[in-house]
Design a protein around this ligand. Structure first.
Ligand SMILES: NC(=O)c1ccc[n+]([C@@H]2O[C@H](COP(=O)([O-])OP(=O)(O)OC[C@H]3O[C@@H](n4cnc5c(N)ncnc54)[C@H](OP(=O)(O)O)[C@@H]3O)[C@@H](O)[C@H]2O)c1
Length: 258
């Protein structure tokens, strides 16, 4: 039997968090750093990433920021190279960056569709592939945590293309877990319900959003710390036997969101 381990100690691990310039990604980076990981943070807004790196270093952690537009597939590998040059080989990926264009399906343009799919599905695929190729090459195994959404499983007004992309992320998670299981790369997904971030502040503060929140069984919207425990579990040695799993974290919202 394996020795009992401190489940969330990530000392000696390098984690890469996409979309860390705000919202959930920022929180994920802070949480992983607090658990001892060196954290590479990528997004387009470099000023925000640099503030985050300063904050992590100020608390005694290690971090590095790299500017990356994830829709530019050719830029993904050089960005990971830069993170690894600064912090060492990436062992944990949090594939978090995402966006939405909230529109009824009848109004969605081809450009809207392509933008959402390029960010929320294609980039998730190619970042995971790039990190997994490195993990396979090194033979080290690792952890990939894809951030999908409750919308992968529920239809929500205005989120048609986003829902399809997130359902794709959920199914990619299972496919990647299957193909990489023998390489000791664990791939899981978190499906958050509504959590207040820049992605949905406007919606949640609108009359329709307020009505939606009042329809939730707990009549509230959690903050990003709601995901801390699950993220740490999925990034850490404690989840060695968990792969290909999808975890809904929605504060019970799914009971009333259809
Ligand atoms: N908040 C929720 O209620 C909720 C619920 C379910 C799922 N999610 C998912 O959680 C993830 C994080 O969302 P959030 O709520 O934290 O939203 P957010 O505050 O808007 O953050 C989105 C992040 O993605 C980055 N990003 C977007 N497009 C990018 C691109 N082309 N290249 C690089 N980075 C890009 C943004 O950085 P830059 O703009 O600086 O590039 C930002 O850091 C998303 O995948 C979202 O779908 C959120």
């Amino acid at each position: 039997m394996n020795a009992v381990i401190a489940p969330h100690d990530l000392t000696g691990t390098t984690a890469l968090v996409t979309g860390a310039s705000s919202g959930l990604g920022r929180r994920f980076a802070l949480t992983l750093a607090a658990a001892g990981a060196a954290v590479g943070v990528v997004a387009r807004r470099l000023d925000r990433l640099e503030q985050l790196v300063t904050e992590i270093r100020g608390a005694g952690g290690r971090a590095a920021a790299v500017c990356l537009d994830l829709t530019r597939t050719a830029d993904i590998d050089p960005a990971i190279d830069a993170v690894e040059a600064a912090l060492g080989p990436v062992g944990v990926l949090v594939n978090n960056a995402g966006m939405n264009i909230n529109k009824p399906i009848l109004d969605v343009t081809e450009a809207d569709y392509d933008t959402v799919m390029a960010t929320d599905l294609r980039a998730v695929f190619f970042v995971a592939q790039a990190v997994a190729r490195r993990l396979v090459g090194r033979g080290t195994g690792g952890r990939i945590v894809n951030i999908a959404s409750l919308a992968a499983e529920r239809a929500v007004q205005g989120l048609g293309v986003y829902s399809a992309a997130k359902a794709g992320v959920a199914q990619l998670t299972r496919a990647m877990a299957l193909e990489w299981a023998a390489r000791q790369i664990n791939v899981n997904a978190i499906l958050p319900g509504f959590i207040e971030t820049e992605l949905n502040t406007r919606l949640l503060n609108s009359p329709a959003g307020q009505k939606l929140v009042q329809s939730f069984v707990r009549r509230r919207v959690p903050d990003p710390s709601a995901l801390d425990g699950l993220l740490l579990l999925l990034a850490s040695p404690a989840s060695a036997a968990i792969t290909g799993s999808l975890f809904v974290v929605d504060d019970g919202q799914g009971f009333t969101v259809h």
